[in-house]
Design a protein around this ligand. Sequence first.
Ligand SMILES: [Zn+2]
Length: 278
Amino acid sequence: MKKLLKNILKGVGIYHPLQSFYRGGIGAAINLYYRISYAKYQGSGYECNFCFARYERFVPHHPEKAIENAITKNDVIAGFGKNVYCPSCMSKNRERLVLAVLQNKVLVDGKKVLHFSPEKHLFQFISKKSNVTTVDIMPGFYQSIDKNILQEDATKLSFAPETFDIIIANHILEHIPEDTIAMREMHRVLKAGGFAILQVPYSEKLDNTIEEPWINDPARQEKLYGQRDHVRIYALKDYVERLKTSGFTVNVLKADTLKEYLKYGTQERECVFLCTKK
Ligand SMILES: [Zn+2]
């Protein structure tokens, strides 16, 4: 019955917009809860670079039992930790890290930006400064963030070569079976001299990426890769190699060069993959 209803809603094209609306409402309720319950932690310690709220601690997010093995056994840097969500605006650590890089390491103002599966806070920041095009394969999920979002398949982008100055794809490629085709497409639509921030969950411990690109078994995907819609866990070296093979010059900003951003509750060991096109 549930499946039938889902298919009917999908058939008339309102399933994903409804889900987006639902998630927005649930998100607001959770945000209110944390604002109240974390009020006692307001003060020095961590600062949100989106909303400037300061707390002794942010909201933790640790792997649930079902995915603990995939994440901890493979030592995956994936967005978990003690200080993940800002209690005030619910931005995530991985968004705050990208924001810190956009504010301090690169120029965003006046640029043409392609933002995949846009995160609310990042989108709001970028759209104030730049001309942003947002895209997703299921754009309905993101309509509450950007009503103008376009439907695009990352492996077959409809844009002309050299269209964008900047591409942001924050935890996207681990979902895509043909990830190297998507990388090459991103490289194609990026202008020479432009850059892409292409974050993914990755492991420094693994020698090889573990993957089954065409897997379609959410329960197994959760067990193997830590999320029901992931198709791999990248080995760090392999990920960088795939980006290079796709045409990018890859500048891995190592965690020790990002220490100044730890005050934003970013992950201690997370690197930033700053990819440029010559
Ligand atoms: Zn915040």
